[in-house]
Ligand binder design. Sequence first.
Ligand code: AVI
Length: 328
Amino acid sequence: MANSQGIQLVDLDEQGIDRAFRADVLAGLGQEQKAIPARWLYDDAGSQLFEDITKVPEYYPTRAETEILESRGEEFAEAIGPGRAVVEFGSGSSVKTPLLLKAIEPGAYVPLDIAGDFLRAAAADLSAKFPGLPVHPVEADFTKKVELPAEVADMPKLGFFPGSTIGNMVPRTAVDLLRSMRETLGDKAKLLIGMDLIKDRKVLEAAYDDAAGVTAEFNLNLLRRINRELGGNIPVEKFHHDARWNDTFARIEMHAVADADVEFEVAGRTFAMQAGETIHTENSHKFGKRSANTLLLGGHWTPVGRWTDAEGRFSVILAEATIKRAAP
Ligand code: AVI
């Protein structure tokens, strides 16, 4: 998971500190509304905590999307057709990816990821499950156009981006990513993408603030990571996790809220927060049918199919590469 979120090459300074992490944290804590990019939630501990989140009863997206992939295989096969190179953005889930590959008779599987270790492990796992399927892992930053292996050059492509990870990006970044995917996959491509749906705010807020406190741990782990890796002394015990629905942006926001006035240091710089002030740590955008379509269209993808789970909580959308035209 760190992989599909963690779009960064690790560049360490003389003291072994990740320069990009330090730069993002110092810039983020220096803003009036403190905010740190969500990708930093996924160190080893954070990635494990995210895995744990997918199993808590309140967090429905993983189960709802899996239900769709499990139950709609025949319809996917019909809509997608055989012989496509499935290009997965991120190293792949050991549960979801096999469900898709089993359903559609792919020509090859190409997982893309910036994190080589995750990538090789996922590729080996998949090869073992699908012995006849050519698997070509590519270590790359998929937020930019990626050169795909020569072996799949002549196959039509199917991009696969499950999990509603697109929802963790603000619309502008999401559109940039969709356009890069379009460039990577080419004119005849299709894209199968998971997008979580707008629903009762109580259900959403509970999904991001489970009773067992796993999501709270996931959120506060970021502050612990800052202390560990950036020589910080944030008093983590004086913060609590908050998940709140922002209706204007149609998103759940995670914040770490200071319970008292606090002062702390990170990487030699001093910061102060008043009681009630927050560090914004993640957005998880939710979509309606039309807002999902608008985002895809902005990314040069034309939606052609849509499936939801039985309870209507989550959608999986099939889109085709939009063909460029000079005029309406
Ligand atoms: C990875 N991503 C799609 C998750 C989500 O639902 O936005 C991350 C997450 N954050 C808290 N819980 C889950």
